[in-house]
Design a protein around this ligand. Structure first.
Ligand code: NAP
Length: 481
């Protein structure tokens, strides 16, 4: 594999592709969405076979992937995402005349994307990272995940077909296979301008450090998962104990617990702990174990459980049974808040259907927990409205710790839309200012540029007089269209 050739092609493609209109980029993405749908019957069985995930889930994931592509196609066709901003000149200003300054977002350049094992479609080859980078105008060099190579090749082929059909250069998307050394070489290559990653904390942090050691450091948008705590308040639990046990277990065990938004930590008041634990245990008993994504992930799950079993602070309500290693069985352990607070290791993600139930005594416990809690993708609060009236300080602390704060429902099930935030303070991601799901994901791969006194005929369409694209722009401090 000649990496220099791959990056030379990507850079050449970039200089052409970045200048295409939003309509042209949108047409390419729409073509890709159609091609993926036309290939559903081939893609779905491959992904099912390689991921051990059920057909219904994979079918849904392909629908999500295609929907996501269409969302970005519409976003770039509409065009306002570039944040066009114009401060007109004022030649009569004294003591000095004012220049004409026009600013918008321009794509960064070639982006390296690492796909996730747990979403072989929606967070992989044509997943959110790849598509948001392509939508912004950046070519993508995609590092395939070894857990689903055939699925990845097939989807890459669909992307190449879409490029061919819309007469775009092949260098806009390159599919690369290989191990850790290949991934690191992609991140180190001087032409790479940004990295997007979904996976383990170890992998994401290693790539982040590598990118910062380069002669030219580059941004790394690594989504590294979290434990997504749920905070339960006494009245809410007392009122809805059965249904909250059902919701919790359904979310915990969805996809055999292999979601970055899986609720692995739940804070329960002492007054309700026994009753809630009983209700959860009853639900867990009805869940059969199911195959995990690959043997390595199953092994990592059982290793983590085994380590936790050596900790005497934990009382096991249900122990995972590694009889058939590939199968992930559910597990639940209980711990006092005072013990949980003493060791950061109890905050570590266990990727699978395991949860830790932390029993708190009072408000002081809650405030200490919120202060020591690590950064999360999500935090969920289950409380009656009246229980939250005096909790503004706690909420204030919790807002600092997550990217999405939920007051109903469960954290699994991330909507793809305009307002979604899927990212959070470290260690859940390496850049809390960004999201990897939803329309704002596109902003990760663009940077602002300002043109000062640029001749009108040279300006990009988004910044021209008369607003030929008809997009939302801020002109002289006011939004207009
Ligand atoms: P992973 O081990 O982090 O691997 C993801 C991708 O990153 C793979 O392509 C892998 O390369 C590459 N990679 C990992 N470490 C690297 C390094 N030091 N340098 C260069 N490249 C590196 O994730 P996984 O295989 O999907 O699952 C393993 C664990 O990740 C799970 O047990 C779970 O804890 C966590 N996980 C988290 C999420 C999440 O949503 N945040 C999703 C899935 C998994 P190779 O191809 O060479 O292996």
């Amino acid at each position: 594999m000649d990496l220099n050739k791959i990056f030379a092609d990507a850079q050449e493609a970039f200089l052409f592709y970045k200048n295409l209109s939003g309509k042209e980029k949108g047409a390419f993405l729409e073509t890709l969405a159609t091609i993926l749908e036309e290939n559903r019957e081939e893609i779905v069985p491959l992904a099912v076979q390689e991921s051990n995930l059920p057909e219904g889930r994979i079918n849904g994931e392909l629908g999500r992937t295609v929907g996501q592509i269409r969302l970005f196609a519409n976003l770039v066709k509409e065009g306002s995402w570039v944040e066009a901003t114009i401060d007109p000149a004022d030649p009569n200003r004294s003591p000095l005349p004012k220049s004409d300054i026009r600013r918008f977002l321009t794509p960064l350049g070639p982006v390296v994307v690492f796909g996730a094992s747990n979403f072989p479609l929606a967070f992989s080859t044509a997943g959110g990272d790849t598509i948001s980078a392509l939508a912004s105008g950046c070519p993508v060099i995609y590092k395939a995940h070894p857990a689903h190579p055939e699925t990845s090749r097939k989807v890459a082929d669909c992307i190449h077909q879409a490029l061919l059909k819309t007469s775009l250069p092949a260098g806009i998307f390159t599919h690369v296979e290989g191990g850790i050394d290949v991934g690191q070489a992609l991140v180190k290559h001087p032409v790479t301008k940004a990295v997007a990653f979904t996976g383990s904390h170890g992998g994401g942090k290693a790539l982040f450090d590598l990118a910062n050691q380069r002669e030219e450091p580059i941004p790394v948008f690594a989504e590294m998962g979290s434990v997504n705590p749920i905070f339960c308040f006494p009245k809410k639990l007392a009122n809805d104990i059965e249904s909250l046990a059902k919701s919790f277990v359904a979310s915990l065990t969805l996809g055999v617990g292999q979601f970055c938004t899986n609720p692995g930590l739940i804070f329960v008041p002492e007054s309700q702990a026994k009753a809630y634990e009983k209700a959860i245990a009853a639900e867990l008993n009805g869940i059969a174990s199911a195959p995990m994504l690959h043997p390595g992930i199953a092994q990592a799950y059982y290793d983590s459980i085994q380590f936790l079993q050596s900790r005497e602070e934990l009382r096991w309500v249900k122990v995972a049974d590694p009889k058939h290693l590939i199968n992930g069985s559910t597990a639940l352990a209980e711990i006092k808040a005072s013990d949980w607070l003493k060791d950061n290791l109890f905050q570590k993600e266990v990727f699978g259907a395991f949860a830790m139930m932390v029993v708190y005594q009072d408000q002081n416990d809650l405030l200490e927990i919120a202060t020591k809690l690590h950064g999360q993708l999500t935090i969920t609060i289950w409380a009656e409205d009246e229980e939250l009236k005096d909790q503004l300080f706690l909420l204030n602390l919790l807002e600092e710790k997550c990217g999405r704060l939920l007051f109903k429902g469960v954290p699994t099930g991330v909507e793809v839309g305009f307002a979604m935030q899927h990212g959070g303070p470290y260690p859940s991601t390496t850049d809390s200012r960004s999201t990897s799901v939803g329309a704002y994901a596109i902003k990760r791969f663009a940077r602002p540029i300002a043109f000062q006194d640029m001749p009108e005929e040279l300006l990009p369409d988004a910044l021209r007089d008369g607003n030929p694209l008809g997009i939302w722009r801020m002109v002289n401090g006011k939004w207009e269209k």
